[in-house]
Design a protein around this ligand. Structure first.
Ligand SMILES: [Zn+2]
Length: 317
């Protein structure tokens, strides 16, 4: 039948035009929402990079209520961790471990590992991180994070085993760190009066880093414990002449441990004095070369930036 002069082809055309218009309109609103979302997202990021955590939290909480997109949830989760609201971070990341995409699940598992580490729940942190060891993408970061977990707990043997899992070029890069792990184990053995094990750890430390000063200090302490005073003088002298910082930190220990050998030690240092270091203006005894933190006591590892062997002497002291 005919509709008063309008043919079916015209009607069909009308349908197509209206349908296309509705589709375009729908897309425009969707795109509009997307643009608004992106603006909010970048506003949140801007707050974040400028350390305005409260305002960033407001923005991301609002966004996360409206959208369940993984990137927004991750942003909010890591923000919560940074603010110390680890419970909320854990809740967000646990939810994301159920995500349909494997990549998101892996990212969530890694984030959970960091959350548990921040919360001091080291066993759970270790479990989450270890579950990603088979992931090509996360393995390098997991090895690094797990090392932190073990260092925080003074689990030096586990830290050393982890070091052995590093690729050869990374092992070389972190050889000094492995040597310090051996020294930690050696110190513990010495404290337990196991001199054989302590000596073995000194040898292991030197195999990793032949010139590690800490190994000489440990060797000197072992010699003192074994009553081998001549060897102790040698080892202390070897260590003390490395730098003013080492001399400042350990000369007194050497004198106290070897009361009859003070003059001999002093003579050795006179004949080969410690290397001078760049002067520091502040009154602190030591200062970290890496992060600048000042310290009154000696640390093999900077308490602030956790770099090994980074303390230097203050010239005024
Ligand atoms: Zn430091």
């Amino acid at each position: 039948m005919r509709l008063r002069g309008i043919g079916p082809e015209v009607l069909l055309l009308c349908f197509i035009v209206v349908g296309a218009a509705a589709f375009a309109l729908g897309r425009r609103t969707a795109r509009g929402r997307r643009v608004r979302r992106d603006i909010e997202y970048f506003t949140g990021l801007d707050h974040l990079v400028n350390d305005r955590y409260d305002r960033a939290t407001e923005v991301f909480t609002r966004l996360a209520d409206k959208s369940h997109e993984a990137d927004i949830q991750f942003a909010l989760g890591s923000l919560m961790r940074r603010r110390g609201e680890v419970d909320r971070a854990i809740a967000i990341h646990t939810e994301l471990t159920q995500h349909r995409e494997a990549a998101v699940r892996e990212q969530a598992t890694f984030a959970l590992g960091l959350d548990y580490q921040s919360a001091g729940l080291m066993d759970r942190a270790e479990e989450k991180l270890r579950s990603l060891m088979g992931s090509e993408q996360y393995r390098p970061a997991v090895l690094e994070r797990l090392a932190w977990v073990y260092e925080q707990q003074s689990e030096w043997r586990a830290a050393l085993e982890l070091w052995r899992e590093l690729p050869p070029e990374k092992q070389l890069e972190r050889a000094v760190v492995a040597a310090h792990y051996c020294c930690e184990l050696g110190e513990a053995a010495l404290a337990a009066r196991d001199l054989t094990e302590a000596r073995a750890q000194v040898a292991a430390a030197r195999a990793h880093a032949p010139t590690l000063t800490r190994a000489s200090i440990l060797a000197a302490r072992i010699s003192v414990a074994a009553g081998e005073t001549d060897k102790a003088v040698e080892s202390y002298a070897e260590a003390l002449r490395v730098s003013r910082g080492i001399q400042l930190a350990f000369e007194r220990e050497a004198r106290d441990a070897l009361p009859g050998k003070a003059e001999e030690l002093a003579e050795k240092l006179r004949s080969s004095p410690p290397a001078e270091e760049a002067p520091l203006p502040e009154p602190a005894r030591f200062r970290c070369e890496e992060c600048g933190v000042a310290s009154l006591t000696w640390h093999w590892r900077c308490p602030s930036c956790r770099n090994w062997d980074s303390l230097r002497a203050n010239a005024r002291t």
